[in-house]
Ligand binder design. Structure first.
Ligand SMILES: [Zn+2]
Length: 155
């Protein structure tokens, strides 16, 4: 289960709108308590996709419109920022420009390298430049598939 502070939700939406029509990517900072995650802040990373993973259906390998790459150095910077604030990394987010908030096969492959079993993969849909629906996913079955995670309202 995941809860997002209103400021975190607003920051994700704003980041996704700013990078549109490219995907944005960032990390979720918060608290983890018995599988319940509370996101209190976000770390805006840069989408450093440069064709790192090639899948068969790849059209333009350098496009960032339907893929992202999270640099491990950005991950470390976010982790340091979380620690400095007494928080931890509880997930990652990215946007889907003009597409549903459902992970792609490329997301599944990329997600193997990020986070642990309770790590949230939040997707913010952006339609015509405006933030739309948001969903959270967990990588399950040893990375074979994603399962949607319940998002509970901020108290
Ligand atoms: Zn994606």
């Amino acid at each position: 289960m995941l809860t997002l502070a209103p400021e975190a939700l607003a920051a994700i939406a704003a980041h996704a709108e700013t990078t549109y029509p490219d995907e944005c990517v960032g990390l979720l900072l918060g608290r983890l308590d018995e599988g319940r995650k509370t996101v209190l802040a976000v770390y805006q990373a840069e989408n450093r996709w440069q064709g790192q993973v090639t899948l068969a259906e790849t059209d333009d390998p350098t496009s960032r419109r339907d893929r992202f790459y999270l640099d491990p150095r950005d991950y470390l910077r976010a982790d340091r920022e979380a620690q400095a604030r007494g928080l931890e990394l509880v997930g990652v987010y990215h946007s889907h420009p003009d597409d549903a908030a459902v992970p792609s096969e490329r997301d599944r492959v990329g997600a193997q390298a990020i986070g642990g079993p309770s790590f949230a993969f939040v997707i913010q849909s952006v339609r015509a430049g405006r933030a739309a629906e948001l969903a959270s996913w967990l990588l399950v079955a040893e990375g074979a598939t994603f399962e949607q995670e319940e998002i509970t309202p901020w108290p």
